[in-house]
Ligand binder design. Sequence first.
Ligand code: NAD
Length: 525
Amino acid sequence: ALLFQKSQIKQKIPKSELNLLNNQNSYFFCIFEKYINNLIMIFNEVKNFINGDFKSGSSNKIHSVISPLDGSELTTFKESTMEDLNEIVDFAKKAQKAWQKVTLKERVQVLYKYKQLLENNSPELTEIIYQENGKIHSEAKAEIDKAIELTEFACAIPQFVNGENMEVSKGVYCSSTRNPLGVVASIVPFNFPSMVPHWTVVNAIALGNAMILKPSEAVPISSQYIAKLLKEAGLPDGLFNIINGTQSTVENLCDHPEIKAITFVGSTKVAKIVYQRASNNLKQVLALGGAKNHILLLPDAHPDMASSNIVASMSGCAGQRCMAAATLIVVGDCDAILDKLIGDANKIKCGTTLGAVISKAAKDRIEVYITEAEQQGAKIILDGRNTVVPGKENGFYVGPTIIDYATADMKIAREEVFGPVLAIVRVKTVDEALAIENANPYGNACSVFTQSGGMANYVTENASAGMCGVNIGVPVPREPFGFGGWNESRFGSGDITGKSSIGFFTKEKKTTTKWNPEAGTNWMS
Ligand code: NAD
């Protein structure tokens, strides 16, 4: 697919039809093979979504959205102000008051329709992720599939939220119900422009809240479609809103007195800032941070399974996954498996089976990590630096990189690189491997590759990570299980998805009743 700027497309389309297109409410226009032999996508200015309408931010500060595929400007947006947020919150509060009176079973009917729209629009949504994030089409499509699965969970929430009722004392009944919080906000990162917003948006709305989404400034286009499709599905205006911006917009969200809860997903540095600032303003907060995931490779691992899973984990989404394999701790002699793994990684083709990283700054940062490891004595087995993809010379590509003989104290083995880079640390025992894993400040994921059930149990029981895997490269727990790490990968309690999110987006009310005077009164009633 090719991306064309609006000025280019104007030359190709007759004026009458261009007017027709310009008058459409839809945010973008796809014209398949009508005027040229490729998909044309025009991304208009990215706007806030307020009470069911798209509206530009009020600040004069304009941000460019750059395509990682070729460095071109896809679109722009204006930073939002506190006045913009006030306007959103005022509408959201009114809409939420009415929404909480709609029963849960009725509320999710909108989400059934929305799920269908996600399915119908999957090719366009996939293309948008590809253009703005730079991941390959199959990964972008998988993200939409996951958004659909998350919406299915939200549709199923009535099966999980049934409250409790018990006779707690003679003739006295206590029941519990789950009530929405009010207006809530979700701040999201660049690496999953559609999936991560779906971690929170659909559950929060199903549970009776009004949601304000703050997309990543690097990939704000996908969220425009969440707004468009939710509206098309029949969601009342004001329940889903978007505020675009950067640091100042996040600070406004943390400070706004009418926002009751905030979820954040992004780097640990910012997760700490958001957690502290929003908690200080007495909000309920769950902030997921960065990661440095360890994989323990044991000599009895199944060679093909280990090799293919580890390579897919370190290189998928160009290594820009908070669940990506980052440090491979090889226990004992695994050379035959490592040879296979290097062979598999060598087959990856940048621009075809490996996408771009998000920005020039990200590419530079990743390459500096590789160079530093080399200077410190690690061996670069596969070098992804200075990768250029023919036809996409201005794209931000880093090839798959494998670095052997790293030591646990090197930055490459300790810090989040967030690129398609695997550092190999060699140890003699499983306990040595676990000590390295345990010492790392993060705690998102840890996997072990072995054929021994006993060893697998030992590793998963002793790893200091919230999401563990056995012979799985990316151990993401799927719904109804919740997604959430430990240590510096998460601040706040509970998980962001699955059953745990029901607790986050609601407050419990306990009601105690007695209708029968003959029950009398005793010390406990
Ligand atoms: P980021 O922390 O730079 O940005 C995340 C959000 O915070 C964005 O919306 C951004 O606008 C905002 N932000 C950035 N700087 C800010 C500041 N100083 N003050 C207030 N807000 C600020 O993260 P990113 O680069 O977009 O995403 C990559 C990171 O996200 C990685 O560290 C990755 O591990 C992490 N991540 C974690 C999970 C998880 O579940 N734990 C999932 C996805 C991504």
